[in-house]
Design a protein around this ligand. Structure first.
Ligand SMILES: [Zn+2]
Length: 687
């Protein structure tokens, strides 16, 4: 059959891909790739040491071939899901994971990379040294270099860990599903927004009950804690939320995560030791920009001492506004009232000024001013939905340098959230240049019958954020896909370009470019701009110390774990709170039992990355605040030193090349409203 997923055409044939194409295409590519890897290795067996050209370039080609076949599938799975496509997609997951494990565990491949590393002439391909170093590092982290018995144990530990992490997440889901609150007294629900009440009423009706039935999901919890006037009701929800999947929870003890958490820490520590690290925190940092536990700890401690006084002042200010001491379940409620009293700004007031077409035009204009790029709609390119669009990305010289697919509106068959994804990677491996293509996907409300899609300012930030990721992917000058664009960029630095772009969406001159009332065309009034800008830093210090609490807790439980001893999870949490928290904790609080970011996998010993990347992006953006928001020279340097280099270069060195010095926390503190002046003002200010 003529399979569009195996076509060598420039762009995926999104209008021709069918679920029945998926598994045959992936199976065929995997089989061809396996055979090709064997051929590459056989060609070197017994001969002279392999070179970068005859080992790495062919492997880059194979990786790209697989990516070109799989990327359209995973994209369609995310934006145009159907039961048949889901089934085809799921059928491929084990095939792909088996292939990846095989490659990661291929000792002959590892030895070949070691030989290449020894004789590498890195000058011929920019990024070659980084690519080989990263490949060797990943082989070692996967245990490929271990003696047989230890390797077997390592694999068993990883497998057990995967299961236990899944168990942690399952317990959390089950515990949340096991709790609900049935309410028949309308007076107790005063303040809760209509949409949350409608949902609760519908759930009660579906269960054949009168009144309202509330479940323990995040939107419901946030709605009750932020808006319910009834203090007892907020306390009830707080207790349910803060004890999820723990020994303190009202749900069955079968969902208690205590044992899973201890087991996860033990297995992570053992895996890290087997491959030569002192603890799991060091193992986690091996792939990050931060070099050591001490460096991350120092970073978090510096942010803490800079923020704590301001955070305490914000909390006192909030208590003064509320007129009584605040318990944990009072904070969000009074914070929302204080925010409204102080800034009187709401999404509903801002939306009419941000019709998506106007915001997008303004953003494209900004990208043009900064980087000399033009985005030109090409209606002739096939997409997966009439709402999706394709843009040619053209540089200042008129040359096409890449492509961008956009898909902005929420649809039932689309995954929620917003993201940028790599559709096609930049590649030049001796043959012709393959240009990068990105996906930019959001879930904004679709236009109404007579109104355009109107964005909140948060959604404007989201659009700028994802455009930053897209620019990182599209402007890369690196020709080796493994270290081009966002690939090979350490995880604690990959949000630098995206968060950097958000900075522009707070500037008066940019807000003038991207706003235009959908009826009158008027730009956002200057007084509203000022209120919006002032609201940016509301409780910035309290938010900061909350994130620092999570990050310090995560780092310490992984760095301080001692085999055979108690994991001290709650003790460490208590010590961290003692040092950084400003909101009083309750005795029943078992927040770690629901901390899926770290116990589920993902962010383990990496939660600090949020703040780490924010320091980089805030400090990089501050260069534009100092030198001019639209300064062409700065934009060129940012492009050359940060956006173009992909994972080819040490990010700390790249940052120094752009900024002329190491990253500094001052800009993030200022963007969070934490300055000496702000502290004094907040402390004395009355509502
Ligand atoms: Zn991002």
């Amino acid at each position: 059959m003529d399979n569009p997923l195996l076509s060598a055409a420039t762009l995926p044939a999104f209008d021709a891909i069918r679920p029945e194409h998926v598994e045959p295409a992936i199976a065929a590519v995997l089989a061809e790739n396996r055979a090709a890897v064997e051929r590459v290795l056989a060609a070197q067996a017994g001969g002279s040491a392999p070179t970068f050209e005859d080992l790495v370039l062919p492997l880059e080609e194979l990786g790209d071939r697989l990516h070109r076949a799989w990327s359209p599938v995973s994209h369609l799975h995310a934006v145009a899901n159907t039961p048949a496509l889901r089934e085809a997609y799921n059928a491929c997951l084990p095939l792909l994971s088996r292939y990846q494990t095989e490659m990661a565990q291929n000792a002959a491949l590892y030895r070949a990379f070691e030989q290449v590393a020894g004789s590498l002439d890195a000058g011929r391909h920019e990024g070659a040294r980084a690519l080989v170093d990263q490949a060797l590092r990943d082989f070692r982290l996967a245990g490929v270099a271990l003696p047989e018995a230890r390797k077997e144990r390592f694999m068993a530990v990883i497998e057990a860990l995967t299961e236990l992490q899944a168990k942690f997440e399952q317990n959390l889901l089950d515990a949340m599903a096991a709790w609900s609150h049935h309410e028949t007294d309308a007076a107790r629900l005063a303040g809760i927004p209509a949409h949350a009440l409608e949902q609760a009423a519908a759930q009660a009706a579906a269960a054949g009950q009168p009144g309202w039935l509330f479940r323990l999901d995040q939107p419901t919890y946030v709605a009750v804690l932020t808006y319910a006037q009834d203090r007892e009701l907020r306390a009830l929800f707080h207790r349910a939320w803060a004890t999820r999947a723990s020994d303190q929870a009202p749900s069955p003890t079968a969902f208690d995560n205590s044992a899973a958490m201890a087991g996860i820490l033990a297995l992570r520590h053992e895996a890290a030791e087997l491959v030569g690290f002192a603890n799991f925190a060091e193992y986690s940092l091996a792939t990050k920009m931060a070099k050591s536990v001490a460096e991350v700890r120092g970073f978090l401690d510096r942010l803490t001492s800079a923020s704590l006084t301001a955070a305490r002042a914000e909390f006192r200010d909030l208590e003064a506004f509320a007129g009584h001491p605040l318990a944990a379940w009072d904070v969000a409620f009074h914070a929302e009232r204080l925010r409204l009293a102080r800034y009187a700004i709401s999404d509903e007031e801002l939306r009419p000024y941000f019709p998506l077409p106007t915001v997008l035009d303004g953003l494209i204009g900004l990208v043009g001013r900064l980087f000399g790029l033009q985005l030109e709609r090409d209606a002739g390119v096939a997409t997966w939905h009439p709402e999706a669009a394709y843009f040619r990305v053209i540089d200042a010289g008129g040359k096409v340098v890449g492509g961008l697919y956009t898909d902005f509106y929420a649809r039932p068959e689309k995954r929620s959230g917003a993201w940028m994804d790599d559709c096609i990677s930049r590649k030049r491996l001796g043959g012709p240049l393959q240009l990068p293509v990105a996906h930019l996907v959001c879930n904004f409300a679709a236009p109404g019958a007579s109104t355009p899609s109107l964005l909140s300012h948060d959604e404007v930030l989201t659009l700028f954020h994802e455009m930053g990721h897209a620019l990182h992917h599209l402007l890369t000058r690196i020709d080796l896909p493994s270290v081009a664009g966002i690939h090979g960029v350490p995880w604690d630095a990959v949000e630098l370009p995206s968060q950097f772009m958000e900075g522009f969406a707070w500037e008066p001159e940019i807000l003038a470019m991207i706003s235009g009332h959908w009826q009158s065309g008027a730009t956002l009034p200057p007084a509203t701009v000022e209120r919006l800008r002032a609201s940016r830093v509301f409780q910035g210090a309290m938010d900061m110390v909350r994130q620092l609490e999570f990050a310090l807790f995560d780092l310490r439980i992984h760095a301080e774990y001692r085999p055979g001893a108690d994991a001290r999870i709650l003790d460490i949490l208590g010590e961290v709170r003692e040092a950084v928290a400003v909101v009083p904790a309750t005795a029943y609080d078992r927040f770690p039992h629901a901390f899926a970011h770290i116990f589920g996998g993902g962010y383990a010993a990496g939660y600090y990355s949020y703040k780490w990347a924010e320091v980089l992006s805030s400090d990089a953006y501050a260069a534009f605040e100092e030198g001019g928001v639209l300064d062409a020279g700065l934009a060129r340097r940012f492009r050359e030193e940060i956006l173009e280099i992909g994972g080819s270069r040490d990010i700390a060195a790249a940052f120094r090349a752009f900024r002329g010095r190491d990253p500094d926390i001052t800009a993030l503190l200022r963007h969070s409203g934490i300055t000496t002046a702000a502290v004094a003002e907040t402390a004395s200010g009355s509502p």
